[in-house]
Design a protein around this ligand. Structure first.
Ligand code: ZN
Length: 500
């Protein structure tokens, strides 16, 4: 008994040390994107490489293997929570020790080279020059799955981002969602209700930032343990006790920063809601990308694009931007915020068509891994699939297969998380409405405490006790399904576009 408990305590101390090391990396990564002078990039690369080496050495310390062996053989003496901590630590330890150092170095270099090749290829719309890099990344992804003795390479990668998620589950969710979404988009296009956002021009950045700070503070973001800065690509990083989120501002596109800040604050509040006493262990960790994305999407979409939200904030917004909005009616402004229109670029997509972009990428990733798609044939396959799924044929590879950074850095299996996150957000939202029947009134009164309180208790505080799909069943009482998202989208966009 004593040995088991000692081994467990040693493991937790080790995990907390790793968490602190990781938090140093978090600040360095944030600083690189927000503050770093261009001439200091080489030094930062050296620092990052050394940090990675230190982290890997700490992660793969041989004693950790001994503790894990002891804990696994004595698992019966552990509580359910403790077993979850051990299981999670085991997973990371295997990852750190099974992959040879030479392989990890080769992989890191390939991803870095792939990224630079992608930047250039996209700039020049030159897919050919990118082919060997993408081929290398794919080969390395397959090799890693083999080294990890994973029976199915694509499942291995899906599981990396969302524990327990596999191709068959994603297919069973995406297939019906695809049909329902295509129908809805066709109806919306046919309705002729499209409203351009062209009228939104000249919104001073300082005023935008001020408004958003007020909103995010009202949501419940803790500025004592986090901050918002600016970067080219918005992100949320740092550590739960020191969250660093960023946004970007355009005077002529105020809706972009609105949605991006609400989105990142959803990520941020998930991190801030993890149990402090458990940080570093599975009990104080986020589950995976899809659940993370469910939090960001919920604040951005279910809350931030709702009538209730704008009933509360429109007057404040108009007070700041009276001239810019003088000729925009309330209803038109709401329609602009909820505009649905097919765009070739994923990151510009609205919440209805966005999922189609993900299904397009999922269809191609599957084929990369089952061997039915060669990298050289990607542009044609992309364009065909885009025509079928999105109803749009890209005019060039910049608005087709060269638009996303993910594959250039070896992130295969990541895209589905975005759409699964939307599914989870909608299913949680249904559950929240049942649990808090006056939630819309609370949102309309700028009172977000009931919502955040529910999320804290039912999502954030759970940590990583469950795999992704199991978490959804526990939190909502039902298996993950496409239906809540379809119902939510019809509910919001049906009336707006005069459908039904
Ligand atoms: Zn996100």
């Amino acid at each position: 008994m004593a040995t088991i408990q000692t081994a467990y305590d040693q493991l937790v101390t080790h995990l907390k040390r790793l968490d602190t090391l990781g938090s140093i990396n978090g600040v360095l990564g944030w600083d690189e994107q927000v503050n770093l002078p261009p001439g200091s990039a080489d030094l930062r690369a050296e620092q990052a490489a050394l940090m990675a080496e230190l982290l890997h050495a700490e992660l793969s310390r041989p004693e950790v293997g001994d503790w894990l062996d002891t804990l696994q053989s004595g698992a019966a003496e552990l509580s359910e929570d403790q077993r979850a901590v051990v299981r999670d630590a085991q997973r990371d330890y295997l990852q750190a020790t099974r992959l040879p150092k030479a392989f990890v170095t080769r992989k890191t270099k390939a991803h870095s080279a792939g990224f630079h090749a992608w930047v250039k290829a996209r700039q020049e719309d030159d897919f050919k020059s990118y082919i060997p890099y993408l081929e290398t990344n794919l080969a390395i992804a397959r090799e890693e799955a083999a080294l990890m003795e994973a029976p199915h390479a694509y499942n291995y990668w899906l599981d990396q981002f969302d524990p327990g998620l596999d191709q068959a589950t994603v297919e069973s969710l995406f297939n019906p969602l695809l049909e329902e979404t295509k129908t809805l988009v066709a109806q919306i296009e046919y309705s002729g209700f499209d409203i351009s956002t062209e009228a939104l021009r000249g919104f001073p950045v300082a005023e935008q930032a001020d408004f958003l700070n007020e909103v995010v503070r009202a949501f419940g973001f803790d500025f004592e343990h986090g901050r918002i800065d600016q970067s080219v690509h918005p992100f949320c990083g740092g550590h739960p006790l020191d969250v660093r989120m960023t946004t970007r501002f355009h005077e002529d596109n105020p809706l972009d920063s609105l949605s991006s800040v609400m989105h990142e604050s959803g990520h941020a509040m998930y991190e801030q809601g993890l149990r402090r006493e458990h940080l570093g262990t599975a009990l104080g960790s986020a589950i995976g990308m899809a659940v993370h994305e469910s939090q960001s999407r919920m604040w951005e979409n279910q809350v931030g694009r709702s009538r209730a939200f704008w009933r509360a904030w429109e007057a404040d917004y108009r007070a700041r931007f009276a001239t810019q909005l003088a000729n925009v009616s309330s209803e038109d402004f709401y329609r602009m915020i909820n505009r649905v229109a097919v765009t070739p670029i994923r990151v510009d997509a609205d919440e209805v068509t966005y999922n189609l972009h993900i299904m397009l990428r999922f269809a191609l990733e599957k084929r990369f891994f089952d061997g039915s798609l060669e990298v050289a044939d990607l542009p044609d396959a992309w364009n065909e699939t885009s025509t079928r799924v999105l109803g749009y044929t890209p005019k060039n590879n910049r608005e087709g297969c060269l638009q996303d950074v993910h594959w250039s850095g070896g992130a295969f299996g990541y895209f589905p998380s975005y759409c699964v996150g939307n599914l989870i957000a909608a299913q949680l939202w249904e559950t929240i409405h049942a649990a808090l029947p006056d939630i819309e009134d609370q949102i309309a009164a700028k009172n977000y405490a009931p919502l955040l309180g529910w999320l804290r208790e039912n999502v954030h505080h759970r940590g990583r006790r469950h795999l992704t799909a199991e978490f959804v069943r526990v939190a909502t009482g039902r298996p993950l399904s496409h239906k809540p998202l379809v119902a939510y989208l019809k509910n919001r966009y049906g009336p707006l576009y005069g459908l039904n």
